[in-house]
Structures are given as structure tokens and as C-alpha cells.
Ligand binder design. Structure first.
Ligand SMILES: Nc1ncnc2c1ncn2[C@@H]1O[C@H](COP(=O)(O)OP(=O)(O)OP(=O)(O)O)[C@@H](O)[C@H]1O
Length: 544
């Protein structure tokens, strides 16, 4: 039922039209069956009227059938469109902290589940017209013999009950197969992202297929086969009971005075016309169950990623004085990835003035990236006070707070679309920055698009920096940006690019291991096991 509600929600008007033309198509096909049946039963009375009725009914059946498919396709595709857009918005509106934890579940839902719903929905048009035809035929069958039709309905009800009882098992196998798909998806991710490692090492490659991919594929296959078999048994059983019923009836028909062999033959003819559309409808049952499993996955992701609280009121920073007040500050700020066993940082106390260049140093796993994510509002502090231009930032203001930041994370993603960048900045700065970053011979920006991102690792990082600079924010963060740059460009980054940003009034927090350039920082902070030790002067830095 869930998908019917979603269909109706996609466009209530088209939903009504789709139902109407489907019913009309079913009525026409029933009428055609009735005409054929009448002809077989009593021959042609009036040839002209017969053929006129026959052709009009056939043409209408075709036209309404096509219209039905058209409306249902419009409906199903808008439903899939809505699912895609709503889920994308949901993911992007949710808190980063929560989404980050569920990233491996999000991608299979966005790709496999929504595609599956789309594929299932594409099967809907013949199902709806089939249902309308079957209902029309049933009415006609009632007219031919209500006793036999009640008998058939009894058999269909038994069939329905058997199918109904099989549904929980169908759902269980479908869910188990879907869960295996999550693992297979992760395996495929390994193939794509870890191709170099797998190509280098034959043993690793073979082991990955035999020990990781194969068992998951075998399990998925097992559950799908169980699902298909159960479905085949539950749907075949109806036909078997129906044929057995017909056989039994043939056995006793000679002894019955209320029906003749001829009228039973006529009745069977119409009944056989009814069975084919009914088979299409019952065939769709399996897809409904699978669709429900996919819709549940989509819903679960949606529910688990509830929207981040978001205040629409802009931050007010009127009493802020850039010369005397920090642009941002943290006091007593703590953050933890979970309970006591998990990594935690804080308490952090720090006030940064506008235009300062701060380097953050520290060993691997000391908490530098966690600090940057906390500072930029991607993570919400568990305790403590975060301020921006004297205004205390509460959790519902984090989205506004984040707008003041730009930068490059170690695991950055380079979008080739630059439509979010101000047109004037693009025109005035893009070419100059490309040249300054020494990638102008490789990349150009045309129609707000980066011409190519097929660059070396270090060049791509320069491009990511170019994009962040053009985003023109007040505070910049660079997480080990210089790590992949050659010594020549490292020098340019620390001695030219960062000071130039500083001259424009930008505040910079850069994670760095390049001690050689510490004198270029106004302050260097050292992260040790989640705590910040402030090394105050450049001399301290050099001597530490
Ligand atoms: N998403 C996460 N969930 C749980 N723990 C995490 C998560 N990300 C990082 N950690 C833990 O937090 C600790 C600090 O990680 P972080 O990435 O902040 O260190 P870092 O100082 O940036 O290290 P590196 O220099 O190696 O990049 C690590 O011990 C890590 O295990």
C-alpha cells in the first residue's frame, strides 16, 4: 500500500486519470471478449453492427491502454524523481556526524533501491489494465453463471490466502538478499577504489574474489532462489487448484441438470481470458514485496537521518570589533565519537583573531582533523561554547556558522561544477589563480565548469584550493594541503598563497607537518591526544 500512497502523492490528478483510462481499457477488452463469446455462442445476427462494435471496442482498448501506460509511466517516474530528490535533500540536510556514520548504507539506497523501485514501477501499466480486464471479465462471468463464478472466486480466495501466507517468507528472503547486496556493494567499492592494490597483488586479488565477493554473492543467490521458488509454488498452486476444479467439474457435469457441456464450454472460454491478466497481477505481487523492502530501506535511511535543527534567522554580529574581538573562539569545548572508549578531544580553549594564520601540528591520530571538523561546525560540540564574532553558536545555527568557512580537507571531493561561485569573482580571479597555481596549461574554466579533473594528485589539490579561494569565505581551513605538493610548490603555498589570503583579511587554520615553514604562522598549536597546547611565538616553534 505504501507505494500506492507514494504514487498518489506524486500527482493526485494523473493518478485519477491513470485509474480512469485503465478501467476504460479493461471495460473495452471485456466488451471485445463478450462480442467474441457472443459470436461463438450464437453467430452473427447483424454483421455491420457486430464489426462496428468490435472495431470501436478494439481501437478504444488500444488507445486507453496506451494512455494508461503513459499516465502510469508519468506517475511512476515522478514518484522515482520525488524519492531521489527528497532522499538527496534529506541526506544533505541531516547532521554530518550522523550521515558520516551511515555512508556505507546511503549509497546502495541511492543507487540500488531507488533503481529497483523504478524498475518495479515500470511493470505497473500492464498490471493495472490486467486488473481492470480481470474485474470486467469477472462481472461478465457472473452474468454467464453466478454459481460457477462463486466457485472460481472461492478458488481465487484460497489462492490469495496461500499467497498471503507466503508473503512474510517472501519478504524475509527479499530482505536477506537485500542485506547481502549491501555487502556486495561494499565489495564492488573495494574493486573500484582499491584497483591498484588488487592489480599489484595477484594473491590479494584472487583472495578478494574467493573470500569476500563469492560468499556474499552465493548468499544473495541462495535467498533470491528461495524467494523465486516460494513465489513459483504459491502462484502455481492457484492454477493447479483451478485446473483441478475444472477437471472435477467435467467429471460431474453429466449428472447436473442446471448446466450443459456447451454452456460450460462457453464459460471456460471467458474464464481462460480472465486467467492471463490475473496471472500478470499476481506476478506483480512478488515485485510489490521487493519494492516494499527497498522502500523500507529508503524510509529507514530517511528516518535515521532526521534533519539537523536549522535556524533560518541569520547570525547577528553587530557588536563585533575586528581589531579587538576574536573572529571565532572555543571555550571548554569537548567532542567525543561515542562513549568513554571512543576518541575524544577537549577541553579546547582558543580565540583566533581575524587575519591570523594558525598552524595545527601533532602526531597521527592526535585529533587534528577532528578538531577541524569541530571548528567548522561539521561536528557539534558535546559541551563548551563556540562563538563567531562574539555571538554564541547553538546547534540550530551551525548551518549559518558553516557558511563562514571554506577550505580543503584531506579527503576532499573536487566538483567540476562552479555554479555556486559568484560570477564576478569567476571572471576576475579564475584565470589569475589558475596561472598562480601553475595549472593554467592543463585546466580552463568554461561556462562555470572545470574543463577536466584528470590531473595529477598534487594538481587536483591545487584546483581544490582554487575553488575554495573563489568561494571567498572569511575563514579557511587546509588539512595537510601541502602534503602532496613538490618542494617548490610547498614553498609557494606557505610563503605566498597563505600570506596573500591573509592580506585579504582571511583567517587561516592549516594542519601542517612542515616545520620549515612554522615561522610563517602567527601561532602554532600542537594537538596531543585530543588536547591543544598553544605554542605562542615563532621562536618557541623553532626551538621546540
Ligand atoms: N568517524 C570516526 N568515528 C570514530 N572515531 C574516529 C572517527 N574519525 C576519527 N576517529 C578517531 O579519532 C582519532 C583522531 O583522528 P583524527 O583524524 O582527528 O587524527 P589526525 O590527528 O587528523 O590524524 P592524521 O594526522 O593521521 O590525519 C583517531 O584515533 C581515530 O581513530
Amino acid at each position: 500500500m505504501k507505494f500506492l500512497i507514494l504514487l498518489k502523492k506524486a500527482s493526485p490528478r494523473v493518478f485519477v486519470w491513470a485509474l480512469l483510462v485503465s478501467v476504460l481499457s479493461g471495460v473495452c477488452s471485456t466488451f471485445v471478449i463478450r462480442l467474441i463469446h457472443q459470436y461463438i455462442d450464437s453467430g452473427l445476427v447483424d454483421v455491420q453492427i457486430f464489426f462496428l462494435q468490435f472495431f470501436v471496442a478494439v481501437i478504444c482498448f488500444g488507445v486507453f491502454g496506451v494512455l494508461s501506460s503513459y499516465f502510469i509511466s508519468v506517475l511512476t517516474q515522478s514518484m522515482v524523481f520525488n524519492l531521489r530528490i527528497e532522499l538527496s535533500k534529506k541526506i544533505l540536510n541531516a547532521s554530518f556526524q550522523k550521515t558520516e556514520r551511515k555512508l556505507d548504507q546511503v549509497l546502495p539506497v541511492l543507487t540500488a533501491d531507488i533503481n529497483f523501485v523504478s524498475a518495479s514501477m515500470n511493470r505497473l501499466p500492464p498490471v493495472v489494465t490486467g486488473l481492470a480486464t480481470a474485474l470486467g471479465c469477472l462481472v461478465y462471468l457472473f452474468y454467464l453463471s453466478w454459481v460457477l463464478t462463486l466457485g472460481c472466486l472461492g478458488i481465487f480466495t484460497v489462492g490469495f490466502l496461500i499467497n498471503y501466507l507466503a508473503l512474510p517468507f517472501l519478504k524475509k528472503y527479499s530482505e536477506q538478499a537485500r542485506n547481502e547486496w549491501d555487502k556486495i556493494h561494499k565489495n564492488f567499492e573495494g574493486i573500484v577504489l582499491g584497483m591498484k592494490e588488487l592489480k599489484l597483488n595477484k594473491e590479494h586479488r584472487e583472495n578478494y574474489i574467493h573470500s569476500s565477493i563469492e560468499p556474499n554473492c552465493v548468499n544473495e543467490q541462495k535467498y533470491r532462489v528461495r524467494e523465486e521458488t516460494l513465489y513459483a509454488v504459491s502462484s502455481r498452486i492457484v492454477e493447479v487448484i483451478l485446473f483441478l476444479g475444472i477437471g472435477c467439474f467435467i467429471y460431474v457435469i453429466d449428472g447436473l441438470d442446471w448446466i450443459t457441456k456447451e454452456s460450460f464450454g462457453d464459460y471456460l472460454l471467458v474464464l481462460l481470458f480472465t486467467v492471463a491478466p490475473l496471472a500478470t497481477v499476481s506476478g506483480f505481487l512478488k515485485h510489490i514485496k521487493r519494492t516494499q523492502v527497498s522502500l523500507n530501506k529508503i524510509e529507514q535511511i530517511g528516518i535515521s537521518l532526521e534533519d539537523e535543527p536549522n535556524d533560518q534567522v541569520l547570525l547577528t554580529t553587530t557588536d563585533w570589533n575586528a581589531a579587538t574581538d576574536p573572529i571565532f573562539s572555543l571555550s571548554g569545548v569537548r567532542f567525543s565519537y561515542g562513549n568513554e572508549e571512543h576518541f575524544a578531544i577537549g577541553p579546547l580553549d582558543l580565540a583566533v583573531m581575524q587575519g591570523e594564520i594558525i598552524y595545527v601540528v601533532g602526531g597521527n591520530g592526535s585529533g587534528k582533523t577532528t578538531f577541524i571538523k569541530l571548528l567548522t561546525g561539521l561536528y557539534k560540540a558535546t559541551t563548551g561554547v563556540l562563538t563567531l564574532k562574539n555571538q554564541e553558536i547553538h546547534s540550530h545555527q551551525l548551518d549559518h556558522y558553516r557558511k563562514h568557512f571554506a577550505g580543503v580537507f584531506t579527503d576532499y571531493y573536487l566538483f567540476d561544477d562552479l555554479h555556486h561561485i559568484d560570477e564576478q569573482i569567476l571572471e576576475e580571479q579564475a584565470q589569475g589563480l589558475l596561472e598562480q597555481l601553475e595549472i593554467a596549461h592543463k585546466v580552463s574554466i568554461v561556462d562555470k565548469k572545470i574543463s577536466t579533473t584528470r590531473l595529477s594528485y598534487g594538481q587536483r589539490k591545487r584546483l581544490a584550493m582554487l575553488v575554495s579561494v573563489m568561494e571567498d569565505k572569511e575563514i579557511y581551513i587546509f588539512d595537510e594541503w601541502a602534503a602532496n605538493q613538490d618542494p617548490y610548490f610547498k614553498e609557494i603555498f606557505y610563503t605566498k598563497l597563505l600570506p596573500e589570503l591573509q592580506q585579504k583579511g582571511k583567517t587561516i587554520v592549516a594542519i601542517s607537518h612542515d616545520e620549515k615553514y612554522f615561522p610563517y604562522a602567527d601561532r602554532v598549536l600542537k594537538m596531543v591526544e585530543g588536547e591543544l597546547a598553544v605554542i605562542n611565538s615563532k621562536q618557541d616553534v623553532l626551538s621546540s
